[in-house]
Design a protein around this ligand. Structure first.
Ligand SMILES: Cc1cc2nc3c(=O)[nH]c(=O)nc-3n(C[C@H](O)[C@H](O)[C@H](O)COP(=O)(O)O)c2cc1C
Length: 259
């Protein structure tokens, strides 16, 4: 599908792709992507995740309907994977060992954080595998925000938490690299050094310029807003956000993610 690219080049050039040319994916390719995902490091071999590929057309349509603003992306992707944090299966495996195990407690923050971390490593491996096979991808976080709807749609048992959708497809756009903080802010030597406000302000300006140049907000959110204004609307603490967070917290606790 594509010539040789070194892994490092592939990592440095990856961008989220949100416009796909409609296509399908052969089962062997999907298996290769998920197969690469599960080779990621995993705590104690327990793989606290499950990946569900959305194959059925009606189901794909229902998933697209839950992803407001990204319906076309979900529709046109060659493959859509729902990644779930699955402490239900881990708990069942531990039950078989017959001991008083940690998932029976009311709080298990370590296992909860590690389960999410394991899932993230799986997802990144899948993204890189998809890139190596010539596909683009993007993560959508609707499952985390609307867990009940996704759990109902996929008939998930308690303890299986929908986390993200990974949409993989044939690139229909070639966006620029998106901005990142200067490396010396995130990569420090020997001790933690606080960043002066001016450096953070510089980064905000740099980010605003880069995102404006791309026309990011108009292209994907389809609103006429500057990037920083958009960032404010995405991160504002209002009554709606409080409600969503309360609902998500309750859902996570009921589903074994107990912090
Ligand atoms: C946990 C997570 C959730 C994300 N959710 C969404 C999403 O719901 N919609 C979206 O368009 N992009 C989503 N993204 C993609 C980011 O917006 C994207 O990675 C970021 O803008 C940087 O761009 P790049 O991936 O092209 O470097 C998500 C990324 C991560 C890591």
């Amino acid at each position: 599908m594509r010539g040789r690219r070194s892994i490092l080049k592939l990592l440095m050039e990856r961008r989220s792709i949100r416009i796909f040319r409609p296509s399908t994916m052969r089962d062997e390719i999907a298996e290769m992507i998920v197969g690469a995902g599960v080779r990621a490091p995993t705590t104690t071999q327990l793989q606290p995740y499950t990946v569900i590929q959305v194959r059925d057309e009606g189901l794909r349509k229902a998933v697209a309907d839950l992803c407001e603003g990204f319906e076309e992306l979900v529709r046109d992707a060659a493959a859509v994977f729902l990644v779930c944090v699955d402490l239900y299966r881990v708990s069942r495996v531990l039950d078989l060992l017959g001991h008083n195990h940690v998932l029976k407690t009311d709080k298990h923050p370590v296992e909860s954080v590690l389960a999410i971390l394991d899932s993230a490593l799986l997802i990144e491996n899948m993204i890189i595998a998809a890139e190596a096979l010539g596909y683009g991808s993007t993560i959508l976080d609707y499952p985390l925000i609307s867990p009940k709807e996704f759990a109902e749609l996929f008939k998930l048992p308690r303890g299986v938490t929908p986390l993200i959708l990974l949409c993989v497809g044939e690139r229909g756009e070639s966006p620029p690299l998106r901005p990142r903080l200067p490396l010396d802010i995130v990569f420090q030597k020997d001790r933690y050094e606080d960043v002066p406000d001016e450096d953070l302000e510089d980064y905000l300006k740099f980010m605003e310029k880069a995102m404006e140049r791309e026309g990011y907000v108009r292209k994907y959110a389809k609103v006429n807003m500057k990037y920083l204004e958009y960032l404010r609307t995405k991160t504002i603490l209002d009554e709606h956000v409080k409600k969503v967070n309360e609902a998500v917290e309750k859902y996570l606790r009921e589903n074994l993610l107990k912090f």
